[in-house]
Design a protein around this ligand. Structure first.
Ligand code: BG6
Length: 413
């Protein structure tokens, strides 16, 4: 339970800490005056009349459902029955959008009873990240990489989203989802699509989503021998996964890694390794494009093998490193050594892309785009559900990877 002042206080502290805004900045006070807090009962009547009173007419309202999907229907219904939502309102929902294709369809039907398709924003907050949006620029605004961006030159690609946080406090939700549904089918899939897709003719939401869908359709079913899953254990004074989710027999994974193949002309033969987990040693989201060995070494076998690696760091320390091979200076002949061509966005852009600002932009962009009716942060599910006809692709998204995963999830962690 909280009141307006408590909420404003909490927001103020967060903005000062993460937004690098001064406490006495007059804009902060003006912004805080716009905030209010109403507690509502999603399944009952409590709080709704108060919420209605707070809504100002003539404004576009966006409702961000940051709650369990089982409550989406109740919320949508009450927003209407209390006259809070109107034809200009939008609702924003995040993953997991159902557990599988069938439950995603059921959820869709519930939302469609109360909102038109153009009012529903199924979003992926990763698409609001500056560094994720930057993947498009790196690939399609530079001529340097694209000619090499294919199976002929790329040995494999690794997509890693490693987190140090545990699931404490979100155990109820997380234990039903696991790393697979919490991270892979949404965030890692978006990264995979951005890295693997063909250039769209224009940078427009529909064209970009069409190209992403093609990648998903070309994904091979994942062989379950190519999936590894696990749970973090207790260490020292910290509880382990099962204690966090209060389920001593849980077999839900907090870590998953897998090898995927994309069967199309560009990528046939180049594996994509995806991995993500909670409570890992370091927080690091990174895409590593590992190029093939040079076809022939003029320096002979004693020079060893060397590979160029393009590492794109999404967070923290956003930037890119290209590993290049050079001659190790000094006498003694031609010894080769790998060195990094390193760029940090914060340094290159004078801090404009520092982590915290990036995180804020992330939330800002999503809210702003929903309010303005733009669609850059809509996820691929949205495209599929939007089109309502592309069931093959929907099956691909939800089930191609998850099917193999289900086989393995019956096995012991
Ligand atoms: C969320 C997941 O979608 O993304 C969380 O539910 C995860 O489990 C989070 O920690 C990661 O997002 P970010 O923006 O902190 O990298």
């Amino acid at each position: 339970e909280m009141d307006d002042d408590g909420f404003r206080d909490q927001a103020s502290k967060a903005i000062v800490e993460f937004g690098k805004v001064r406490k006495n900045d007059p804009n902060l006070a003006r912004f805080l005056a716009l905030l209010g807090y109403v507690s509502i009962d999603a399944k009952g009547e409590g709080g709704w009349k108060e919420l209605r009173k707070r809504m100002r007419d003539g404004m576009v309202h966006a409702f961000y459902f940051s709650v369990a999907p089982s409550l989406f229907g109740d919320l949508a219904e009450r927003l209407h029955s209390h006259g809070i939502a109107d034809v200009d309102s939008r609702i924003v929902v995040e993953k997991p959008f159902g557990r599988d294709l069938e439950s995603a369809r059921a959820l869709n039907r519930i939302l469609a009873q109360h909102f038109d398709e153009h009012q529903i924003y199924r979003i992926d907050h990763y698409l609001g990240k500056e560094t994720v949006q930057n993947l498009m620029a790196v690939r399609f605004a530079n001529i340097l990489f694209e000619p090499l961006w294919n199976a002929q030159y790329v040995d494999h690609i690794q997509i890693t989203v490693a987190e140090t946080v545990d699931v404490g406090g979100r155990g109820g939700y997380y234990d039903k989802s696991g790393a697979m549904r919490d991270m892979v089918q949404n965030h890692l899939m978006q990264l995979l699509c951005l890295i693997a897709m063909e250039p769209p003719a224009r940078f427009e939401p529909d064209s970009v989503r069409d190209e992403k869908l093609k990648v998903i359709r070309a994904l091979d079913p994942v062989d379950y021998h190519h999936i590894v899953r696990g749970q973090y254990d207790a260490d020292d004074d910290q509880p382990g996964y099962r204690a966090h989710v209060e389920n001593p027999r849980s077999t839900t994974e907090s870590f998953v890694a897998m090898k995927c193949h994309i069967s199309n002309w560009r990528w046939a033969g180049t594996p994509f390794y995806l991995r993500t987990g909670k409570k890992l040693r370091a927080r690091a989201s990174e895409i590593a494009v590992v190029f093939k060995d040079a076809p022939h070494s003029i320096f002979g076998p004693e020079a060893g093998t060397h590979r160029n690696v393009l590492a794109i760091r999404l967070q923290p320390n956003e930037g890119m490193t290209l590993g290049v091979t050079i001659k190790e200076p000094g006498p003694g002949g031609m010894r080769l050594v790998d060195v990094p061509l390193d760029m940090s966005f914060a340094e290159a852009l004078q801090n404009a892309a520092s982590s915290t600002v990036g995180e804020l932009r992330n939330a800002e962009q999503i809210s702003a785009q929903a309010l303005q009716g733009k669609a850059d942060v809509r996820d691929v599910t949205d495209a599929v559900m939007n089109a309502q006809q592309n069931l093959q692709a929907a099956i691909a998204i939800r089930d191609k990877i998850v099917t193999a995963f289900l086989e393995i999830s019956r096995m012991q962690i």
